[in-house]
Design a protein around this ligand. Sequence first.
Ligand code: AMP
Ligand code: GLY
Length: 429
Amino acid sequence: MNILVLGSGGREHAITWALAKSPNTDELYVTPGNGGTSGIATNIPGIDITDAEAVLGFAKDRNIDLVVIGPEAPLVVGIADTLREAGFPVFGPGAAGALLEGSKTFSKNFMIENGIPTARFQSFTEAEPAKAYVQEMGAPIVIKADGLAAGKGVFVAETVEEALEAIDACFSGMFGEAGSVVVVEECLQGPECSLLAFVAGGEALCMATAQDHKRAYDGDRGPNTGGMGVYSPVPMVTAEQLETMERIMRESAAASAREPFSSDYRGVLYGGFMLTEDGPKVLEFNARFGDPETQVILPRLETDLVDVMMAVAKGDISDINLSWSDKWAVCVVLASAGYPGAYEKGKVILGIDEAEALEDVTVFHAGTAVNNDGELVTAGGRVLNVVALGDTFEEARELAYRACALINFEGKQLRMDIGKKAADFFGNE
Ligand code: AMP
Ligand code: GLY
């Protein structure tokens, strides 16, 4: 089977790595890809992955049997619709389904209409009424740009002043169109947990739980990032909480197939949950695999990913059973100095081979490239995802940090407390 993956991050490297392991894979292309995917697949630079005709042209040219869409931007503009209309099996929802991520207001209304527990909210197109609502609700309170903002459009405001500033920031145009509608929502408390599911034909096959670390610095301080580390599964989740989250994912999948949504959703639905005292509530839906969640989920998936993705793309997952390794997975992100703010690129990266020589360590590339001298260099804010598997959580965590210590590039930035909450949980048991 000839497969095309769209995207260039750690998530896409992990997806490509899992597809490359399958005996069903013949040619594997990634556009644009990164310094990691180039070693296991053919990178195709120069295609704008939000340009439907360009992607379609390539798919026709290379006899592609399956297109896998990694990031949200091509989903939201409907690349999957164009490819499907032309007869290509696609893993990833069309534009209608991707609205669950592309518009927070749409997504919140979907939740409310389908009885899915979520934070109370209101949407605004102007600053003054949004500010009045904040004054009425008080702090802490959460302000969100409605559209796509690469994980950076959410402000958890501890004070009313911070919330008012965040509203001004959104309406100032810093997120472009994405900030022209602002969601103000109740601040929920509790541990967070992601639960992703393969969705097709109105059914959901849930994956393993994972916990991301979105803030830039240790102790969950600093600005929100795309994610600085993650582990799977999440030991703090009780059987009852897991059951509730799985039920919510199944109900959401069913609702996505029903009137009035009728989206024929085929891809991953990502549920971001807060485990509140009143039970799990949905913070957000994403229409794709999480990044970096994928980097700890796929190494634990024992089922052939090509079979799963093809079934999803064809709209029928009733014959698929997912099987998971018993191992724990911990991923630590190595980022460029300054991320999520401005950062420099082009720093030479050393030590990946040494890290991967450790048994049960895999390094997924997020923002890397090969320069004109053939050297692997940094090319993004999040540079590498160092993933370790272990028979115990502590083993996986210790191994991940041992591997991180072997890798160097100028300005290497990482959190030293990835998985600390799970480690404390085991310590306190
Ligand atoms: P999102 O992009 O919607 O996942 O939000 C990013 C992060 O902001 C989440 O992972 C939470 O840590 C936080 N967050 C979002 N919504 C809320 C909320 N209603 N209450 C508390 N924290 C939130
Ligand atoms: N890790 C969070 C996300 O992918 O949205």
